[in-house]
Design a protein around this ligand. Structure first.
Ligand code: F6P
Length: 482
C-alpha cells in the first residue's frame, strides 16, 4: 500500500466542521501540506468530554482521514491551558516573566502526550511517515519510540525558539526539550530559531557531528524551513473576495478614509497595545491624518481561560477606548476593534482593500498574515506592509517597512510613510516579495521538509514511496533557506 503521511497536531482543522478552530498559522499550513497527499491528520477534536470516549472519531473528507480524540476537563486545564500555553508558549516567545509552572501541569502534559501515543500507536503502519506539529507534543516522538515504533518521525515548531538562557528557565527542560531529540528531524521557522535550539543542545552536552547532534544516545537533525502560504490560490481568492458585498460595505463605511488593517489572535505576543499606541502617536503628531485613516483591528479571542490572556484583553480594550475617546468624533471612529473571526474569504477581501497592513508582533514564529496580505494585493496598485523585525517573516520580506514594535515614534513614522507612499515605490517593494512568495509557497515548504526528513533516514523503498505518493519532485535538490 506504500507510505502514508500522518500529521499529528493538537488542533485539527476539519473542513466544514462547526468546531473548526481559529485559523492559526499551523492549521493553515498543515491543511495545505496535506492537499493531494495520501494522508491522515490526528489530533484533538476541539471537544471536551468527561470521560472522553475510548474510540476516536474518524472523518473522511477529500481523501484525507481525520482521526479525532476528545480531551477531558483536566487535560485542558493541565496540558493545553497549563504547560503548553502558560509555560512553553511564553518561554518560546521570550516572555519568561509570564510563565506559571506547576508540577501538576507538567505531569498533565506528559499524560496527554502518552495518551496521544497510545491512540496513534494502534493506527500506525511500519512505513508511515509521521510529522508532528508544535510545542504541545514535544514528547510524542519519545513515547512512540518507547512503544517500539521505528518509523521516520519529524517534528516542526511553528513558534519561535528562544536562546538557551531563556529555554533553561523551563523547569525540567532537559526532559521536555530533550524529548525533541527522539525525532529524526526538527524543523524551525528561521535559522535563528534553529541555531538557538542547537546552542541549547550543545549547552546541555550534545555532540555535534556531520549530520546533526547526538544527545544522550539520540541522534537528531535540525533545519530551518520557513512556512508559507498557497500563494497562487490566495491571490485568486483575494481578487474575487475584493468584489464581495460585505467587503464593499466595509469600504463604503470608511467614507474615503484610508484603511489600516491589523489581524491577530488576541495574544500578548502580537504587540497589539504597542500598535495602538503607534496609531495614537500618528494622530497626535500628524493631525492631517485625523479622520483620514481608520485602523480596523480584527482580533478573535484566544485561550480565554488563561489569566495573561484576560489581562491583555483588558489592556487592549482600555487603550482603544482611550484613543477613540481622545481623537474620535461623531462622524469618525479612529479604531474599529472586532473580537470575532472572519471566513478566509472575507479576510482576503479585507486584505485586498487595506492600504496598509500592520503586522507588528513583539515575537512571532513566522506570521502568515504578512504573507497573505502581500498575496492579496493588486500588483498594479498594492498596499504597504509594516512588519516587525521580530516576526520570522521579516527574514524573507525585507522590502516591507521593517520596524521595531517597541519604538512607538518609529512605528508611527513608518505608518505615515506607508500611508503616503507613491505608487512607484509601492510597486517596487511589492513585486519582489510577491515573486518570492510565488517561488517559496506552501508546497515548496512541505516538499522541502519532507524530503529532508526522509533523506538518509529510511531505506530506498520508503524514499521511492514518498516520491510517488507525496508528489515530492526532488528528494536531493537544493534546499531553500537551510
Ligand atoms: O501557530 C501557533 C499555534 O499555537 C498553533 O499551534 C495553533 O493552532 C494556533 O497557534 C492557535 O492557537 P490555539 O490552538 O491555542 O487556539
Amino acid at each position: 500500500m506504500g507510505a502514508r503521511l500522518i500529521i499529528v497536531s493538537n488542533r485539527v482543522s476539519v473542513p466544514d466542521s462547526p468546531r473548526t478552530p481559529l485559523a492559526g498559522g499551523m492549521a493553515v499550513a498543515v491543511k495545505a501540506a496535506l492537499k493531494n497527499r495520501n494522508g491522515m491528520w490526528f489530533g484533538w477534536s476541539g471537544k471536551v468530554s468527561d470521560p472522553p470516549p475510548s474510540e476516536p472519531q474518524v472523518v473522511d473528507v477529500n481523501k484525507i482521514t481525520y482521526v479525532l480524540i476528545d480531551l477531558s476537563t483536566n487535560d485542558i486545564q493541565e496540558y493545553y491551558n497549563g504547560l503548553a500555553n502558560s509555560v512553553l508558549w511564553p518561554i518560546l516567545h521570550y516572555r519568561v516573566d509570564l510563565q506559571e509552572y506547576s508540577r501538576a501541569d507538567a505531569s498533565g502534559y506528559m499524560r496527554v502526550n502518552r495518551m496521544f501515543a497510545d491512540r496513534l500507536s494502534a493506527l500506525l503502519r511500519e512505513d508511515d511517515v509521521i510529522w508532528v506539529h508544535d510545542y504541545h507534543l514535544m514528547l510524542l516522538g519519545r513515547e512512540l519510540r518507547s512503544r517500539g515504533h521505528r518509523n521516520t518521525i519529524g517534528f516542526y515548531l511553528h513558534t519561535p525558539c528562544a536562546p538557551p538562557d531563556i529555554l533553561q528557565t523551563l523547569p525540567h527542560h532537559r526532559e521536555i526539550l530533550g524529548g525533541l531529540t527522539y525525532y529524526n528531524l526538527v524543523g524551525f521557522q528561521t535559522e535563528n530559531d534553529r541555531d538557538n535550539f542547537a546552542h541549547y543542545l550543545v549547552s546541555q552536552g550534545a555532540a555535534q557531528n556531520r549530520s546533526g547532534y547526538e544527545f544522550e544516545g539520540q541522534k537528531v537533525r535540525l533545519g530551518a524551513f520557513p512556512v508559507s502560504i498557497e500563494t497562487k490560490a490566495y491571490m485568486r481568492l483575494a481578487r474575487n473576495a475584493g468584489r464581495s458585498a460585505f467587503v464593499a460595505l466595509v469600504r463604503e463605511s470608511l467614507g474615503g478614509s484610508r484603511l489600516v488593517l491589523g489581524v491577530d489572535r488576541l495574544d500578548y505576543s502580537k504587540g497589539i497595545p504597542d500598535r495602538v499606541k503607534a496609531f495614537e502617536r500618528l494622530l497626535e503628531n500628524h493631525p492631517e491624518w485625523r479622520g483620514k485613516a481608520t485602523l480596523i483591528q480584527v482580533t478573535p479571542k484566544s485561550r480565554s481561560d488563561i489569566k495573561q490572556y484576560g489581562d491583555i484583553e483588558a489592556e487592549v480594550t482600555g487603550l482603544i477606548g482611550k484613543v477613540n475617546g481622545r481623537f474620535g468624533d461623531a462622524a469618525w471612529t479612529p479604531i474599529r476593534y472586532v473580537n470575532r473571526s472572519y471566513s478566509r474569504t472575507v479576510l482576503a477581501g479585507l486584505y485586498r482593500s487595506a492600504h496598509v497592513a500592520m503586522v507588528t508582533p513583539l515575537r512571532d514564529g513566522m506570521n502568515l498574515v504578512a504573507k497573505e496580505y502581500l498575496a492579496a494585493q493588486d500588483p498594479d496598485d498594492p498596499g504597504v506592509l509594516v512588519l516587525s523585525q521580530f516576526a520570522g517573516a521579516a527574514k524573507e520580506l525585507d522590502h516591507a517597512l521593517i520596524v521595531n514594535p517597541h519604538e512607538t515614534d518609529a512605528v508611527a513614522a513608518a505608518l505615515k510613510r506607508a500611508l503616503e507612499m507613491p505608487l512607484d515605490e509601492r510597486r517596487e517593494r511589492h513585486a519582489p516579495m510577491l515573486a518570492h512568495l510565488l517561488e517559496y509557497d506552501i508546497k515548496t515548504w512541505a516538499e522541502d521538509y519532507l524530503s529532508t526528513l526522509v533523506e538518509g533516514a529510511p531505506g530506498r523503498r520508503l524514499l521511492e514511496g514518498i516520491r510517488a505518493l507525496f508528489g515530492v519532485s526532488s528528494l536531493n535538490g537544493p534546499l531553500a533557506f537551510r
